[in-house]
Design a protein around this ligand. Structure first.
Ligand SMILES: [Zn+2]
Ligand SMILES: [Zn+2]
Length: 333
């Protein structure tokens, strides 16, 4: 079978054996797998042992003894499974659980077939209902990341939330905030991305308009929170003055190549600001995310995902990096 494997900072389409499956496991025939920013980052930073592709949807091809899935069922699979029993899990940091980090699908979502281990099969696999398209279903994991972040922000009616960086994750944040009754205000230099965000709230292509839109929507208090889905350390530092007193600075992206920040700690202290982040979802977040998509409440297709065969992986990456598309989806071929 064909699979995209990471080597020397690039993805190579290799011919490898179809994985064997054991008890409680199943083999998934991949239909689609979304390209995540972290796939690109893993390649750019030459992360050792990188597994590419984790936004996958497909059809059960073969089942191991004791599997609860049937051949032909369409499912969505997530790639990490927490133990739910360790100190991290008990404290709500499931994505920091050592098992979470150690578990994965094999060889990764950009492959013709994927071995889904028993743990994933049991805890992180969702049956796709009739009528839900595989591309929408594949966005369960990224939406779960967004959902976890929005839940941690406790964003709801009356809240004005700034979103900096209106790529796929920023756009999904806007849609989810609107769904939860908050008022999102987006910032992106790209006019088409700002226009796309406009359907969820207010959007601006320059910083001054963004800040004044936040003030206008909040009786001049400023943002309850500012979410950085992209940006620069300098912009993050400046954002303290955009927050209301008691507001939250939220880091929802990795910063490359320079992650270091000079921050006014006196403002953080005297104004009781919170600095927080959110990275990866819990099992509950995944389940809730899947239900939001399956019920039609959340619609991933507004991202207008563009499909590329595995053999055009570089084009799929370029399309996102050059802002030609919000979301690239890889398909076998
Ligand atoms: Zn991802
Ligand atoms: Zn754990």
């Amino acid at each position: 079978m064909k699979a995209l494997l990471a080597r020397d900072g690039a993805a190579h389409l290799a011919e490898i054996p179809v994985p064997d499956i054991g008890a409680g496991e199943f083999l998934l025939k991949v239909e689609v797998c979304g390209l995540c920013g972290t796939d690109v980052m893993k390649l750019d930073t030459r992360a050792p042992g990188a597994v590419l592709g984790h936004e996958l949807c497909g059809v059960v091809e073969k089942t191991g003894p004791g599997s609860t899935f049937r051949i032909g069922e369409r499912v969505v699979v997530s790639h990490h499974v927490p133990c739910l029993d360790c100190h991290y899990c008990r404290k709500g940091s499931e994505s920091m659980c050592r098992q979470f980090k150690a578990t994965n699908i094999q060889p990764g979502g950009f492959a013709d077939y994927v071995r889904v281990p028993a743990l994933h099969s049991q805890h992180a696999t969702f049956r796709v209902p009739e009528g839900l398209d595989p591309v929408s279903a594949s966005q369960t994991e990224p939406l779960a990341c967004v959902l976890r972040n929005v839940k941690r922000l406790e964003a709801g009616p009356g809240d004005v939330i700034g979103v900096v960086g209106l790529g796929a994750m920023g756009q999904m944040t806007g849609q989810l905030l609107k769904l939860r009754g908050a008022h999102p205000v987006g910032l992106d230099l790209d006019a088409s991305r700002a226009a796309s965000f406009g359907r969820w709230g207010t959007a601006a292509t320059d910083r001054d308009r963004f800040v004044s839109a936040g003030k206008a929507a909040s009786e001049n208090r400023g943002f309850d929170a500012v979410v950085f889905s992209a940006g620069t350390p300098a912009l993050v530092a400046a954002s303290l003055s955009w927050l209301r007193d008691g507001g939250t600075l939220n880091i929802f992206a990795s910063f490359h190549p320079d992650p270091f920040l000079k921050l006014d700690m006196n403002a953080v202290y005297h104004r009781e600001l919170t600095v927080m982040s959110s990275y990866s979802p819990s099992l509950v977040d995944l389940r809730e995310s899947f239900e939001l998509i399956a019920s039609g409440q959340f619609k991933p297709l507004f991202l207008k995902p563009e499909q590329f065969p595995f053999s055009s992986f570089d084009d799929a990456v370029r399309a996102v990096k050059t802002r030609k598309t919000l979301k690239s989806i890889l398909v076998p071929g």
